[in-house]
Design a protein around this ligand. Structure first.
Ligand code: IPE
Ligand code: IPE
Ligand code: MG
Length: 248
């Protein structure tokens, strides 16, 4: 039994598997720089971590895995890096779509997908349609995503419903907002992991993370795999979630 199997056994002993795990996949650039390699090579190695974490999530019985892959702010990176990331997105879908489908993964892309180049947009739409019937794991891939923009969009949708008489101002409650986010119908994350030691949210899921447990891993994303995921879940299992109440 390898170290990761050992950790999975401990995770299962503890019992409480997070239903929804979210990850800010960070540190690809530093991983490459440490090796004097161009940044896109770090992103390429990060794809292997995505594969491992998906498989590890299925093995542990996680229901939803949300990965922050490309933020709205990341469009402002140098054009060469943006186009390398777009190529990797297409390559990931080409390579993985069939296996993801066979594993029972429903792939969902969330964000301002209209900004994607046509080739990537087509690939994204195809893999979502291909896997829409799957139920083993929901894989939420956040691309061209910003949480503030998501909230502004929800506010606009509410305003349109109110203006059209479909909703009264008094009916605007937390569900009215939640139901208009990209994550509508999805439980809030139980656990958020950020890799590479950075201690910030960087405009990810500002609404949905209200009571999420945070784990900051020092490991750079290309080095993050099964064992690191299970270590983060063990850390999560040691927390007491009070949701503002007092302990029993
Ligand atoms: C995360 O790695 C991947 C994306 C944000 C697309 P970075 O590219 O942010 O790597 P660092 O933070 O510069 O090391
Ligand atoms: C957050 O990482 C976005 C993704 C992981 C996709 P960044 O590297 O873009 O965030 P900052 O700039 O360090 O806050
Ligand atoms: Mg970064």
């Amino acid at each position: 039994m390898g170290a990761a199997d050992d950790l999975l056994a401990r995770v299962n002993e503890h019992g409480a598997i997070p239903r929804h795990v979210a990850i800010i996949m960070d540190g690809n650039g530093r991983w490459a720089r440490e090796r004097m390699l161009p940044r896109p090579i770090g992103h390429r190695h990060g794809m292997k971590s995505v594969r491992e974490v998906v498989e590890a999530s299925i093995a542990a019985g996680v229901g939803v895995l949300s990965l922050f892959a490309f933020s709205q702010e990341n469009w402002q990176r140098p054009a060469g890096e943006v186009s390398a990331l777009m190529s990797l997105l297409e390559e990931y879908i080409q390579k993985e779509a069939r296996e993801l489908d066979e594993q029972g993964v429903r792939v969902v892309f969330l964000g301002d997908l209209d900004r994607l180049p046509p080739v990537q947009r087509g690939a994204v739409d195809r893999v979502m349609a291909l896997t829409a019937h799957n139920t083993k794991l929901v894989l939420n891939l956040f691309i061209s995503y910003g949480a503030r923009a998501e909230l502004v969009r929800a506010a606009r949708l509410i305003a349109e419903d109110v203006a059209a008489g479909r909703l009264t101002p008094a009916q605007v409650d937390e569900d009215a907002v939640s139901n208009r986010l990209f994550t509508a119908g999805c439980p809030d994350p139980d656990l958020l992991i950020r890799t590479s030691g950075e201690m910030r949210i960087s405009n990810f899921l500002l609404w949905q993370l209200a009571y999420t447990e945070l784990v900051i891993s020092p490991v750079l994303w290309p080095d993050f795999g099964r064992a690191e995921l299970y270590e983060a879940i063990l850390d999560y299992q040691s927390r007491e979630r009070r949701f503002g109440r007092v302990s029993a």
